[in-house]
Design a protein around this ligand. Structure first.
Ligand code: XMP
Length: 514
């Protein structure tokens, strides 16, 4: 049976994905939808409610995103957040004007009695605001549920319809009872049961893959050894067993011992049919001496397609390609304002493959967030060491070896990277980190070893905290861990005489150096 669905209409807020996270955390399946989704397309789904997100526009601005007013006739509860509230109120007869004072950040919300939306929430509670407009006069049809110092209508309810609006953001952690308010909406108001749990998600994914592939279809999967491709492969393997062939391309840009570890775990313990293709000589030949980051990325992307295409042809009769595309990739490819956002880096993923190879795609993770994939990996019996692995970019160590690429420089970086990872994991710091790695810089500095002058390489240590890789802060690592890393890098990695710490956040820096 189809899962209960909460639809989130995205009006372009920075926190739309957070709304989806909170809803899923409550055990309710949700999808982020374009604001102009057609009501008739929602009628065919098991729709339990709608959330209208915030957004950067003013509802009265020209070109501001709107929704089809017939979604208010769908007869399911609706919660409008910030822009979503103003849009709902305006559509149903209230006046929206610019507020005299814009309200950003913390505010104290005073709640009136007796509304299920605020069940269990103290009468006075901290909420997070981010708006420049206000609902001027709620029409007779709306009842005011809460206010703040500067805003008389901070939460409203329609008198005749199951429609609620809040001007603050319940999805952000700074709103102290935000998760409870959202749960009240989902369970008390929409009547959700909370049927989104991993065992059933796995079961239905496996059934869908079996259906799509049929009784004799063959599937190919490009395996990187990362969480997404491994969980994808494991799911597909569960559905079609040995009709799945996994191909891992060793491009010579992997971390120390990485190909062997993947082989032992997936080929050995998990019994996946895995081919590791050593193409390192080809990649390194094409990359020799290349310094420009975008050129590196392009060369690696093209070489990957060539090698994979060649290998794919060897797998007789494979019509399907399994890919670990995640939900954020699906959402980010469209936006409420139309048009993609600026390209900062050309990301290399196996996404470029299918057009050329004419495969049918199997993307079992395309509705999951990264932490749900991890959760699924655990439920599938994958070890923590794999499930908790930090993300590793497709172009691998190439984008951490700043300046010209050579095998020798990559070897230095590989050893340095292993030390950084080992020390951080030994000190048990990795759980709170999104990524931690070494970067080899294209400069030499003077040092003194023994009594001799040295003129050698510099390693930068990069460790960041992040929840999704979109923004990140540099990690405040304890001094003793940093001291051990510094001393080991210089003592153990031949060719390195200096180590520095990267203290840049994203933005304005990016996580990777290239
Ligand atoms: P940046 O450097 O853009 O990275 O802040 C954000 C996240 O994306 C990863 N990353 C990549 N992942 N292919 C990938 O699959 C790539 O080309 C790529 N470049 C960066 C990066 O490691 C970080 O987690």
């Amino acid at each position: 049976m189809e899962h209960e669905l909460i639809g989130i209409l995205d009006f372009g807020s920075q926190t739309t994905q957070l709304i989806a996270r909170r809803v899923r955390e409550a055990g309710v399946y949700c999808e982020i939808l374009m604001p102009d989704v057609r009501p008739q397309d929602l009628r065919t789904r098991h729709l339990k409610g709608l959330i209208l997100s915030g957004g950067p526009a003013s509802v009265y601005a020209r070109g501001a995103p709107r929704c089809d007013p017939r979604i208010f006739e769908l007869n399911v509860p609706i919660l409008g957040i910030c822009y979503g509230m103003m849009l709902a109120c305006r559509t149903l007869g209230s006046r929206i004007t610019a507020a005299r004072e814009r309200e950003f950040g913390r505010a104290s919300l005073r709640i009136a009695d007796g509304t299920p939306l605020f069940d269990g929430v103290p009468r006075e509670t901290v909420v997070w605001m981010s708006h420049g407009d206000k609902v001027e006069t709620t029409s007779e049809e709306f009842e005011v549920l809460a206010n703040t110092e500067s805003c008389a209508n901070a939460a409203v309810r329609h008198r005749a319809r199951p429609l609620y609006g809040v001007l603050f953001h319940p999805e952000v952690a700074h709103t102290s009872h935000g998760a409870l308010i959202l749960r009240n909406f989902l369970f008390s108001i929409c009547g959700c049961r909370g049927d989104w749990e991993m065992a059933s998600v796995i079961e239905s994914s496996v059934a869908q893959i079996r259906d799509a592939v049929g009784p004799s279809g063959r599937v190919l999967c490009a395996l990187s050894g990362g969480v997404d491709s491994t969980v994808t492969a494991t799911l597909v393997h569960r559905a079609v067993e040995n009709r799945l062939t996994c191909v891992m391309v060793d491009n010579g840009l992997l971390r120390l011992d990485e190909a062997r570890q993947v082989k032992d775990l997936l080929g050995g313990q998990m019994h996946l049919n895995l081919r590791i293709v050593d193409a390192s000589a080809l990649f390194l030949r094409k990359l020799r001496g290349v310094s420009d980051p975008e050129r590196k990325r392009r060369i690696i992307g093209h070489a990957f397609i060539d090698v994979f295409t060649r290998e794919a042809r060897k797998v007789k009769g494979a019509q399907f390609l399994a890919q670990g595309t995640l939900y954020p990739d699906v959402i980010e490819s469209r936006s409420a304002w139309g048009g993609p956002s600026a390209v900062i880096k050309t990301h290399h993923n196996v996404g470029g493959l299918p057009k050329k190879l004419k495969f049918k795609l199997i993307e079992p993770l395309r509705h999951l967030f990264k932490d749900e994939v991890r959760h699924m990996g655990r439920a599938l019996g994958l070890p923590d060491t794999l499930v908790d692995r930090q993300p590793f970019p497709g172009p691998g160590l190439a984008v951490r070896c700043i300046g010209p690429l050579t095998r020798d420089r990559l070897d230095i970086l590989r050893k340095a990277d292993a030390i950084v990872r080992e020390e951080i994991e030994r000190a048990d710091l990795h759980r709170r980190l999104w990524q931690y790695f070494a970067v080899l810089l294209p400069v030499s500095t003077v040092g003194v070893m023994g009594d001799a002058r040295t003129y050698e390489n510099v390693i930068a240590v990069r460790a960041v905290e992040s929840t999704d890789g979109m923004t990140a802060d540099w990690a405040r690592l304890p001094e003793d861990a940093l001291a051990r890393i510094g001393s080991r890098l210089i003592n153990e990695v031949k060719g390195v005489n200096r180590a520095v710490l990267d203290i840049s956040s994203k933005p304005p820096a990016t996580i990777e150096w290239e």
